[in-house]
Ligand binder design. Structure first.
Ligand code: TRP
Length: 470
């Protein structure tokens, strides 16, 4: 290879950068609202099952692929499939991943942009006025107008994309690692503090019931697919992000230890976010009967401020919190951008600068469609794949397509490749490097060969065969 490849500076470098990729809007924005839409309990249980039985083994697989090949997703599949069955087809999995990353980054940055607006509003005092209004629905109405304002959507989206492109431009250890090292621990501490506060609210018990009391009669095939899709989304799996980060991992570090740490952290953060938000929702509903949750996909922005301003220094807490959400989103968008860039660097032999700027600006233009599809443009917001609120508009359609279809499909192919095409010796060597195999090798091999592909395959097939998505 002509260029020198970047590498994490140490053992913690990979863990923090990968945790930074995993922890993001998926945990703080998306998981709470899809849990609400899917009626909690059983959905949460399926999600946790999917993380353990499907997500974890696939993360092992992705990281080991990257570290073994030391290449971008396409190059990795080309190198490792050489001389094996289907050698000419496997690089296609890498290409699918690059396309998926392109799509996710485009709409994800729109939501990330909202956090910038909220930081500004918290500092200027505007958020405080909205959140302390006697009518708790005022904030929700404000947010609806904000979504429909194409200019504002485009402006904040542009700012956020600019930040992502900027960090990736400076490369692995300098940009990505430095940001993640500070962010992940601070975000975790703030969430713990908010959770401690939520235990004192009257809605806390109901929130726990909602989250942890499963009612399986409410589970549909659609919600199982959504739980599965989300387990890929939240762990950054199925499109080569973990593969790419694994390619910068040092040989002496343990893959299993890192993967298990990251998955636990990611799941705990998602659950904490739910406890915090649902406690507020149930408390508000009890004291103000006409309180509406409104568009559930906006609860991170319309529900949380209500509690911040009940605390002393609400403006300050809000500003810090949305700043952290912005950083959590940034460490995730960085990983998406890194996949697309490393593809252009390794495959087209472009310089990092050229790759980041060219790919970044293409994604930017594509994402503008999502930004104005939230109500600002009727044609774009009118597109609706299957008639659910969450799939409305270009934005909702892309999210649905990527999370529920492209990521599981990518994950399925990765599992098949690692389980059936790679030899036992190749995978065992990577996983046992750095010692400390937390799960026995044969357990993992069984999961990756049979359980993961069958689970993902069965769900995809049953949905295709006409089980209703609703
Ligand atoms: N996991 C991130 C989140 O939960 C989003 C993300 C980053 C992602 N990189 C990814 C999702 C790669 C899928 C694939 O916010």
């Amino acid at each position: 290879m002509s260029q020198q490849r970047g590498q994490w500076s140490g053992r913690l470098g990979f863990i923090l950068a990968a945790a930074g990729s995993a922890v993001g809007l998926g945990n703080l924005w998306k998981f709470p609202y899809i849990t609400l839409e899917n009626n909690g309990g059983a959905f949460v249980l399926v999600y946790i099952g999917a993380v353990i039985l499907v997500g974890l083994p696939i993360m092992f697989a992705e990281v080991l692929l990257g570290r073994r090949a030391q290449k971008d997703p396409v190059g990795t599949f080309r190198l490792l499939s050489a001389g094996k069955p289907g050698a000419s087809l496997w690089p296609g999995v890498g290409i699918l991943g690059v396309i998926t990353g392109f799509i996710i980054l485009s709409y994800y940055s729109v939501v990330a942009g909202w956090t910038i607006r909220y930081i500004i509003m918290a500092l200027s005092g505007q958020l405080g006025e909205l959140a302390t209004n006697a009518d708790a629905n005022v904030l929700g109405n404000f947010f609806g107008d904000f979504l429909g304002n194409s200019t504002e959507q485009a402006v904040y989206y542009t700012l956020f994309m600019g930040a992502t492109i900027g960090v990736v431009y400076f490369g692995v250890a300098n940009g990505i690692e430095r940001v993640a090292k500070i962010l992940v621990p601070v975000l975790f501490i703030i969430l713990l503090a908010l959770t401690a506060y939520s235990t004192t609210t009257s809605g806390f018990r109901e929130a726990l019931h909602f989250l942890f009391r499963p009612n399986f009669s409410e589970l549909t095939t659609g919600s199982i697919l959504e739980a599965l899709g989300h387990s890929f989304f939240t762990l950054s799996l199925g499109m080569g992000a973990m593969l790419t980060y694994g390619s910068y991992m040092r040989k002496q570090d343990s893959i299993p230890k890192a993967v298990v740490t990251i998955s636990i952290l990611d799941t705990v953060i998602a659950i904490l976010a739910c406890i915090i938000m649902f406690s507020i929702i149930f408390t508000m509903q009890a004291i103000q009967p006409d309180f509406e949750v409104g568009k559930s996909s906006t609860i991170l922005f319309t529900t949380l401020p209500l509690v911040f301003y009940k605390l002393p220094g609400g403006g300050f807490i809000s500003a810090v919190f949305y700043l952290l959400v912005a950083f959590a989103a940034l460490t995730s968008t960085i990983s998406l951008m890194e996949v697309v860039s490393s593809f252009a660097i390794d495959e087209f032999k472009w310089s990092r600068k050229r790759a980041v700027l060219t790919m970044g600006s293409s994604i930017f233009v594509f994402g503008l469609l999502s930004a104005v599809s939230l109500g600002g443009n009727e044609t774009l917001s009118g597109i609706n794949l299957i008639g659910r609120e969450s799939t409305a508009g270009v934005f909702g359609t892309l999210d649905y397509l990527a999370t529920n279809w492209l990521l599981p499909l990518g994950g399925l192919l990765i599992a098949l490749f690692v389980g059936w095409i790679l030899g036992r010796a190749e995978t065992q060597e990577e996983l046992e490097e750095g010692h400390g195999l937390l799960v026995s090798y044969s357990t993992w091999r069984f999961l990756i060969k049979f359980v993961a592909p069958l689970a993902v395959g069965a769900i995809i097939v049953s949905v295709i065969l006409g089980a209703e998505y609703q």
